[in-house]
Design a protein around this ligand. Structure first.
Ligand code: PMP
Length: 430
């Protein structure tokens, strides 16, 4: 048996973490177990989870119904190939997705991670255009400050300036970037907000297969909320210029912004929709790409006659089964009320931070609270302080942000905000 110190040492010396350094690892804490909204470290410390493990664990951890669904499924079939076979978990999950997403999305591709579902969406768009006799429409257009994943096709649509992937620029397809949507969910929309998009479309629509965007909330590119009217007008522009619209709801899907899907704020139906993260309530890796019948049939009438993608773990039954249970739980739990309550509490608890000298901006939407600092925060400094206060957040750049599980209690959420405020005050006093 290795001691905990030895295990942490092995981890630091041998294991990559997300965006980690082999020579200068950031503080890493060892988790013993998670239950509800609490993360317990091996030294017994309890942390309130403010991150939902990056948007996923909307029901909290260790939920008995999700556990039971997986236990039941695992004794029947944890995996079987999806080529030539189908099964109840995949069919029932797809039925739920077709019913719950905006009307018009009719065909489901069950992928194994968010980035892959974006690759699938891009390939669908390109194959669709080729099948219409427009193979020259193969580029992807998007906005700055976006984030769509870490694989090559997805990376190529992340902001090449503020994003994390500029080192790979020469190996990626060169895509088309318009200005980011102006900040502010409630900001009145002006037609000039889309000037840059319009300009790009006027010059490049003939070579563009699709426009990809995170609806209403740009996540990893800055936790930026923008106007539903902007999104509605963008959808109209795409239609007018014969460019498909891909909505990346990997982060926003399943209630996070206050609507079940963020496109509902704008009353639009995209041609292609990507889902992931909260799809399984944070228990298993699974994602989905939905498309309209027009896109699906177009692809199938094209030269290849089939859609060219088929990962080994496609439609994994264990993941599909727990996703069904997670969606049922979400609907039964009255997620909408939970999210409104979180929004009210975040607004009242975080607003006073606007007065702090070190804080540039505080913004709240649905179950997301964002504190934008004037200067970047040092993760190595802030992370241990937050843990000391009994909370788990993962700030990046100038952003200290929270997206708690929907089941967090009022008292737990207030404690999360108090602890965050205390750490900001400590840093300010330095
Ligand atoms: N799109 C968006 C909007 C995301 O937030 C993420 C994950 N942060 C992805 C795509 C990629 O998903 P995954 O990390 O599961 O590959």
């Amino acid at each position: 048996m290795y001691t905990e110190t030895e295990q942490l040492e092995f981890d630091a010396n041998h294991i990559w973490h997300p965006y980690s350094s082999a020579t200068n690892p950031s503080p890493t804490f060892m988790v013993e177990r998670c239950d509800g909204v609490m993360i317990e470290l091996t030294d017994g410390r309890q942390l309130i989870d403010g991150m939902s493990s990056w948007w996923c664990t909307v029901h909290g951890y260790n939920h008995p119904r999700l556990n039971q669904a997986m236990t039941d499924q695992i004794t029947k079939m944890s995996h079987v190939m999806f080529g030539g076979f189908t099964h109840n978990p995949a069919v029932e999950l797809s039925r739920r997705l077709v019913e719950l997403t905006p009307s018009g999305l009719e065909r489901v591709f069950l992928a194994d991670s968010g980035s892959v579902s974006v690759e699938v969406a891009i390939k669908m768009a390109i194959q669709y255009q080729a099948s219409r006799g427009k193979p020259q429409k193969h580029r992807i257009m998007t906005v700055r400050n976006g984030y769509h994943g870490d694989t090559f096709g997805a990376m190529a649509t992340c902001d090449p300036v503020t994003g994390m992937h500029h080192l790979f620029q020469q190996s990626m397809p060169q895509q088309l970037f318009a200005d980011a949507p102006p900040l502010g969910f409630d900001r009145p929309f002006q037609s000039s907000d889309l000037d840059s998009v319009r300009h790009l479309l006027e010059h490049h629509a003939e070579e563009t297969a699709a426009f990809i965007i995170e609806p209403i909330t740009q996540g990893a590119g800055g936790m930026r909320f923008y106007s539903p009217d902007y999104l509605a007008a963008l959808a109209e522009l795409c239609k007018a210029f014969d460019v498909l619209l891909i909505a990346d709801e990997i982060a926003t899907g399943f209630g996070r912004t206050g609507k079940l899907f963020a496109v509902e704020h704008a009353g639009i139906c995209p041609d292609i929709l990507c889902l992931g993260k909260a799809l399984t309530g944070g228990t298993m890796t699974l994602a989905a790409t939905l498309c309209t019948a027009e896109v699906a049939n177009g692809i199938s009438h094209g030269e290849a006659g089939v859609f060219m993608h088929g990962p080994t773990f496609m439609g994994n039954p264990l993941a599909c089964r727990v996703a069904c249970e997670s969606i049922d739980l979400l609907l039964e739990n009255n997620w909408s009320q939970q999210v409104s309550q979180i929004e009210r509490t975040l607004n009242s608890a975080l607003s006073p931070l606007r007065q702090h000298a070190s804080v540039a901006n505080v913004r709240v939407l649905g179950a997301m609270g964002v504190i934008e600092m004037k200067q970047p925060v040092d993760l190595n400094e802030i992370q241990p302080r937050l843990v000391e206060q009994g909370v788990w957040l993962r700030p990046f750049g100038k952003l200290i942000y929270m997206m708690p599980p929907f089941v967090i209690t009022q008292a737990e959420l207030e404690q999360l905000c108090r602890a965050t405020t205390a750490v900001i005050e400590q840093l300010q006093q330095q």
